[in-house]
Design a protein around this ligand. Structure first.
Ligand code: ADP
Length: 247
């Protein structure tokens, strides 16, 4: 987020990837893709590719982390070394720890953790390919994987970012826009109530710009939420069809 405006990022009302300012990148979501996880999701969001796996509720280990009143929620965001242009050093770093923390805090507010005392619900998000917006893609996929695992939640969390590029407020910034743009505002919400569970701002926005960016990001969230619901519906329709064929 240099904001230096090295490149023209919007030309004749179109962004470099051909999108209009208020347009999302193409999003594809598939639920139930991993055999060994209790719930899983594969999600493509533009050039981002992420896989989410959920395990649990299962025994919380190490035992001293057990909470007698509620489940522990573990969220691990990890970027594969090959997910970015220059090889990324494997393993956790400050950025992945920060993303894991804010994502976990968002999910802790929607999962009924008190239903599973002493247990652990473990969420793993693996970023296979990154092109900006991976925390939103990861959280969106994690939420589908939690629903796929049958974990009780108040609603499905969905995340999306808006930003400022060439002095214009745009939806869903990609990597070039993130590098050379002026601001990035990722949010996560509960679509049913509009409650905001995560909000971060990289860059500077004037109050009116912030309002417009927030409005765009919420609209983006609502569109992505439709795709989350479709992915879950599709998986359970397939299961129902398979069940009928067996009978
Ligand atoms: P987000 O992916 O949620 O937008 P950031 O704003 O921190 O998170 O990162 C923006 C993008 O920068 C990432 O999606 C990725 O494409 C790239 N990036 C992040 N960390 C690294 C890294 N260690 N090496 C190379 N590129 C990175």
């Amino acid at each position: 987020m240099s904001g230096k405006g090295k490149t023209d990022l919007i030309v004749n009302g179109k962004r470099l990837d051909g999108r209009k300012p208020e347009e999302l990148r193409p999003v594809k979501i598939q639920a139930g893709v991993l055999k060994r996880a209790d719930g899983s999701c594969y999600l493509e969001w533009g050039e981002n590719k992420v896989l989410a796996a959920v395990f649990g509720p299962r025994e919380c280990l190490p035992k001293h982390e057990q909470d007698p009143y509620r489940a522990r929620l573990l969220y691990r965001y990890n970027m594969a070394p090959f997910s970015v242009e220059d090889r990324k050093r494997p393993g956790p770093d400050r950025r992945s720890q920060e993303i894991s923390k804010v994502s976990r805090e968002a999910l802790e507010r929607v999962v009924f953790l008190e239903n599973f005392p002493k247990a652990s619900i473990d969420v793993f998000v693996e970023v296979l390919q990154a092109d900006a917006g991976t925390r939103c893609a990861g959280l969106t996929a994690a939420s589908v994987a939690l629903a796929d695992a049958g974990i009780p939640m108040r609603d499905i969390v969905v995340a999306c970012a808006a930003g400022k590029v060439d002095n214009e407020i745009v939806l869903d910034v990609n990597k070039i826009e993130d590098n050379d743009g002026q601001a990035d505002l990722p949010i996560a919400i509960l679509p049913r109530t509009g409650e905001v569970l995560l909000m971060q701002l990289d860059g500077i926005l004037a109050p009116e710009e912030y309002k417009r960016a927030l409005q765009l990001a919420v609209e983006g969230c609502m569109k992505v939420n439709e795709l989350q619901r479709n992915a879950l519906r599709e998986k359970y329709e397939k299961l129902a069809d398979a069940g009928e064929q067996k009978e």
